[in-house]
Design a binder for this molecule. Structure first.
Ligand SMILES: [Zn+2]
Length: 409
């Protein structure tokens, strides 16, 4: 096979590069396309674009898009030139970015695949190792971050999500305006969030209107340290308050269920999720069960009613009215004699300022639940990540809203 002109066209190889020869190896299922720099065209220093005399050659190989299902390799004697001012440098090639062993078109193909398929499926189908795929993802994210314009997010969401084991966490900062992940950090301490703020200038920090988060002291402290008027910006949103009170309801249910069972009463068996679900989203049958349970004067039912009341107090636009309503809720909750609820109420009382902020600023972290689900899906698709760096890279790859593609010339 010597149709070098055809291959030059298929591969987009043009002057000063020439396809010298094409070798097909049926056994290995591989096409090797030998490319050279036209010896009659002067070399250009990659640093200053001035002509420079040749120095020597380096044989290099790039994997390209397959040709008729044959793995296709560009094998190139790349000249090095010797510039008066910059010394010896390899001339730049148009088909690949420096440092990559894949052509830009091949990397773009891999990026497309990785968006939709699991890492192992891409590795298997394209005959790539995990390290190679990781390199492509890292370069893609690096490109995306360097191209990303300076961000001025107004509404931030901060959340923790589990990594690998149950008690290992990462912190994820999201722009609630466009849903893009802005930052991923190890752990869930003050530093994990502070490192994000530390990268912002005064204009960016001053632009922040709300930061929705869990009632998590380290996140609160980091925000107080960096964000101007943080006391009016920190928002403990409905989603996280629901989680706190839901936990209290569940603890009441568990102890009541245990007590009832000692008297052979199984009223509460299998009811865990009935108490935790939002009744508005329930199927009619479930709602019927809930109503029946409500009639039987259970302690769990009382805890549930307090949570439901709290969940109805999110539509105020006046700070004063919101405060009044929540104080009423808290006075009820603190007198209910259900220990987990009394404890949750005390937590809410200490953080009421941020709940009121969330209400009047309409800060929701509804996106946080779906973000968390997306991150867990990324984790599953990769069958877990052996290293945190890879996990961070994958989150930014899929959820960073970045322009990942290499420049294709
Ligand atoms: Zn030069």
């Amino acid at each position: 096979m010597q149709d070098t002109a055809l291959f030059a066209q298929i591969l987009g190889v043009s002057s000063p590069w020439q396809v010298e020869s094409v070798k097909l190896s049926m056994d290995e299922g591989e096409v090797t396309v030998h490319v050279r720099h036209d010896p009659t065209v002067p070399l250009i220093c990659p640093q200053c674009a001035a002509q420079a005399p040749g120095y020597d050659f380096r044989l290099r190989r790039w994997r390209h898009l397959d040709t008729c299902q044959y793995r296709t390799i560009l094998s190139v004697k790349v000249p090095r030139c010797n510039c008066d001012r910059h010394g010896v440098h390899q001339v730049s090639v148009p088909w690949a970015e420096p440092g990559s062993r894949f052509t830009a078109l091949f990397e773009a193909l891999v990026i497309d695949w990785l968006r939709d398929a699991s890492i192992s499926a891409v590795a298997r189908n394209l005959g790539l190792s995990w390290d190679q795929l990781d390199g492509i993802m890292q370069r893609a994210v690096g490109r995306g971050l360097s191209r990303r314009e300076k961000q001025y997010p107004q509404r931030l969401g901060v959340d923790e999500t589990s990594f690998r084991k149950r008690h290992e966490y990462i912190t994820v900062v999201q722009d609630q305006g466009n849903g893009a992940v802005l930052h991923v950090a190890d752990g869930r301490g003050r530093e994990s969030l502070a490192e994000y703020y530390a990268g912002l200038d005064a204009d960016q920090l001053g632009n922040i209107e709300s930061v929705a988060m869990d009632m998590h002291r380290p996140y609160i402290n980091a925000t107080l340290q960096y964000v101007p008027d943080a006391g009016d910006r920190i928002c403990f949103d409905k989603f996280h308050v629901a989680k706190l009170l839901g936990g209290a309801v569940d603890m009441v249910r568990r102890s009541e269920h245990a007590a009832l069972r000692r008297g052979n009463d199984n009223t509460l068996r299998g009811t865990k999720y009935i108490w935790l679900q939002n009744p508005a989203n329930m199927k009619p049958q479930r709602r019927g069960m809930l109503q029946q349970l409500q009639r039987s004067s259970l302690r769990t039912g009382r805890a549930w009613a307090i949570r439901e009341f709290a969940m109805s107090l999110w539509d105020y636009s006046s700070r004063a009215w919101a405060l009044k309503a929540w104080r009423k809720m808290l006075s009820w909750a603190s007198r209910c004699r259900l220990e987990p609820v009394v404890k949750a109420a005390a937590t809410i009382r200490r953080h009421l300022w941020g709940i009121i902020n969330a209400i009047v600023l309409r800060a929701t972290n509804a996106g946080s639940e779906s973000l968390n689900a997306k991150i867990q899906r990324i984790k599953r698709r990769a069958c877990g990540f052996r290293s945190r760096e890879r996990f961070h890279t994958a989150i930014m790859f899929h959820l960073g809203g970045l322009d990942l593609y290499p420049v294709i010339r």
